[in-house]
Write a protein that binds this ligand. Structure first.
Ligand code: SF4
Length: 358
């Protein structure tokens, strides 16, 4: 069944590292935007078993989300996620989300260290994020994910350990641990912050995060994602298992009816169009290549049928980067750190372009 992604392109303030598409929040624009989302939901007329409000800061549209969900055909027992910024998570707003069927929150906690939060330009403290998660749990949310940022300026193994311990004490079921990446079109891209960890330190922080999270009960299931009690993100798993999803909204991406398409990063154009303009990025995506690229992000890896097709490239990959268990090939945490190179090597069978391991 298809997943539905809705991009909410509003934030109170732009974080200096972020290149997701968002504009400053205005209530009237949110109303107009919701109407355009609803027009598109009717247009595609699909049934979904996962819905994901991503952004931007979707909780800023909490008052429109019930209207949007009322227009969606949603299967029973669907997973419905909304991304939240801790500073927007007051009791009334959380209750609106809970009452209309949102059953999973993804909260931008990022770190338990206030100096690191400041270095990232975040407006909240860890205590505010902690209280927000506790409140969400009290309102009734039992499935809460927290974002954890790795490779923050001045981050050390010790501060990371404290962040993981602090997260483990919260009523959360999931952690997404992303490496801070300096993107060109951001404030950090124009002027990188001081004291960024170098490549080796970054690799060490990533490997330490995997170990620390596992030690407090979060099982890794994807390069950057960890779950407790089996609560993986059903929606995001669709991306990696190459299942179909429809993206609605400015900057949303889709893999729908065997085509990949995107919508322009332009809120005005999205609001004023009767239906969103699909910019096709791939009309006939290569099933085999995509399954290898996406499947190797997951700890479950790829099937024997699949890896046998690129077996001739396997001897080129250092042995500590992958494993074969029960017929499936998957990457080790060390392999995840160089997954692009590994995938490039495997696909040399088709493209003649290899990866380089340094
Ligand atoms: S990190 Fe989140 S809150 Fe900050 S600008 Fe990006 S989408 Fe908005």
């Amino acid at each position: 069944m298809t997943g539905l992604y809705i991009h909410v392109p509003f934030c109170r303030k732009k974080c200096p590292y972020c290149d997701f598409y968002s504009v400053g929040y205005r209530g009237e624009s949110a109303e107009e935007y919701a109407k355009a989302v609803i027009r598109n939901i009717r247009y595609y007329d699909e049934e979904y078993d996962t819905v994901y409000f991503g952004g931007g800061t979707p909780i800023l549209m909490a008052r429109q989300i019930p209207q949007i969900l009322a227009e969606c055909k949603i299967k029973d027992d669907s997973e419905i996620t909304a991304e939240c910024n801790p500073l927007e998570m007051d009791g009334d707003t959380l209750k609106i989300l809970y009452d209309c069927g949102v059953n999973r929150l993804s909260v931008g906690v990022q770190s338990a260290n206030d100096m690191e939060l400041r270095a990232l330009g975040r407006s909240h403290t860890f205590e505010q994020a902690r209280q927000a998660v506790l409140l969400a749990n009290k309102v009734g949310f039992s499935d809460i994910s927290a974002d954890l940022m790795l490779a923050i300026p001045n981050q050390t193994a010790e501060t990371l350990e404290r962040s993981v311990q602090s997260l483990a004490e919260l009523p959360i079921t999931h952690v997404s641990a992303y490496l801070l990446k300096i993107e060109p079109n951001t404030v950090f891209g124009k002027k990188p912050p001081d004291n960024l960890p170098d490549e080796n330190e970054t690799a060490e922080l990533y490997l330490a995060a995997v170990n620390l999270l596992e030690s407090v009960g979060f099982e890794q299931y994807e390069i950057s994602n960890f779950s407790r009690g089996g609560k993986t993100s059903r929606h995001n798993l669709k991306y990696w298992r190459r299942e179909e999803y429809l993206g609605i909204g400015a900057a949303a991406h889709s893999f729908y009816k065997e085509r990949r398409f995107a919508v322009k990063r332009d809120i005005r154009e999205f609001i004023s169009s009767e239906h969103q303009l699909e910019i096709v990025t791939d009309n006939n995506p290569n099933d085999l290549e995509e399954r290898i690229m996406l499947g190797l992000r997951l700890c479950e890896g790829i099937s024997e049928t699949l890896w046998r097709k690129v077996e001739s490239a396997l001897p080129l990959i250092p042995k500590n980067y992958y494993k074969i268990e029960n017929g499936r090939l998957s990457l080790t945490p060390e392999g995840f750190l160089v997954s692009n190179e590994i995938i490039a090597t495997l696909l040399t069978v088709y493209t003649n372009k290899g990866g380089h391991y340094e």
